[in-house]
Ligand binder design. Structure first.
Ligand code: MRU
Length: 367
């Protein structure tokens, strides 16, 4: 995507050829800041504090974290320590584990002196593959938007999305935003309802920012608004991303996604989930019981951060002193509520059969 006219990815190698650049997503939308990461600990901290976030991006970030660790020490112990440290940063998105497994496979059998180069090679491939996958998701998903546009000539297609499954959540392009950007670039009239996505407001802060940068018309709404809009025919389709899809097609995504799927079902609004294949976890079936749901610090719930009228960034408390708060990061939408999975290999039925038929080489070990 372009930021103020310059094509920009969310993660890159710096000019020195080894340290890693990222966009500090905690500073958006008020400040576009780049960070340089030089050590395993830098990368682990960036993932944990959500300076980099979004399932596909934390996979790519973890891959580069392994590179940084091996550059300091290319031993087996260092590889193991790096994978364990990075895996512990965030539990829900399976892309993190997928990328670490890929990295370990790429370097484990290499002689020590070849490991660093092999690691950087595989990390770059993981990043490039993510971009290609997202473009393919866009090409498959845009057909759904084109079909919706054909049903309402002369009017924009209204898409509702939750959290940020956009360019910022991936290396480039985005998953849920892939079809949206493709439609916009083709000249199809499109308007996006952006759920603010409490508690961290990835919709209000990140999705709105990147849609704005690309010129896509959008409106930020409180998380509770979607059902009302659907009842009044103001949503043509919902498209969200995901952090893990099980072998039977259950979808884990940012907290609140399930409620949107329920409202969509009740109002006959198609509910699509866009995902790259590394987000599929063929080792588990039941999303409700088998996916670890991240719980983050209560301060994300009890406070809000924003820009004051005189330009300062401030965090303010919004609950009474002493009130308990809970901060579940994700929920699971059962496959029966999902109209289709938009993948790089097409739009699939959210079912064991649908996933297995499209990705037979990965489904092998699944239940
Ligand atoms: O906690 P986050 O911001 O990393 O959560 C991100 C999401 O839930 C996204 O919807 C998901 O990772 C899909 S990203 C293409």
């Amino acid at each position: 995507m372009k930021v103020d006219g310059t094509p920009t990815r969310t993660i890159w190698l710096e000019a020195d050829g080894w340290s890693v650049g990222i966009i500090d997503q905690t500073a958006l939308p008020h400040r576009f800041a780049r960070l340089r990461l030089a050590t395993l600990d830098d990368m682990a901290r960036a993932i944990k504090t959500m300076q980099v976030r979004g399932a596909p991006l934390i996979g790519a970030a973890a891959a580069y974290g392994v590179c940084l660790a091996l550059r300091a020490d290319a031993s087996d112990e260092s590889l193991e320590r790096a994978c364990a440290t990075l895996l512990a940063t965030r539990p829900t998105a399976i892309n993190l584990k997928w990328a670490l497994d890929e990295m370990a496979a790429a370097v484990r059998n290499q002689p020590r002196e070849a490991r660093v180069a092999a690691a950087y090679r595989r990390a770059a491939e993981i990043a490039d593959e993510d971009v290609a996958i997202n473009r393919a998701i866009g090409q498959h998903g845009v057909k759904l938007i084109e079909a919706a546009a054909a049903r309402k000539p002369g009017q924009p297609v209204n898409v509702l999305t939750h959290c940020n499954a956009g360019w910022l959540a991936t290396v480039d392009v985005g998953t849920a935003t892939g079809p949206i950007y493709a439609a916009h670039d083709k000249g199809i009239g499109i308007h996006v309802w952006v759920d603010e996505t409490r508690p961290r407001n990835q919709g209000a802060s990140l999705t709105a920012w990147e849609l704005g940068k690309h010129g896509v018309p959008h409106t930020v709404i409180a998380d509770n608004t979607g059902g009302h809009l659907m009842q009044h025919g103001m949503v043509d389709l919902v498209v969200v991303g995901t952090d893990r899809v099980t072998a039977q097609g259950d979808v884990c995504n940012k907290i609140g996604t399930y409620l949107k799927a329920l409202a969509a079902k009740d109002n006959n609004v198609p509910f699509y989930v866009a995902l790259p294949s590394p987000t599929i976890d063929f080792t588990i079936s039941d999303g409700m019981t088998e996916i670890p749901i991240e719980q983050r610090g209560g301060e994300e719930q009890s406070t809000m951060t924003g820009r004051t009228a005189d330009g300062r960034i401030e965090t303010v408390q919004i609950v009474p002193d002493g009130s308990a708060v809970a901060n579940y990061g994700f929920d699971v939408t059962p496959a029966r509520l999902v109209t289709g999975l938009i993948t790089e290999r097409g739009v699939l039925k959210a079912s064991r059969e649908g996933l297995r038929a499209a990705f037979p080489e990965r489904a092998g070990g699944g239940r």
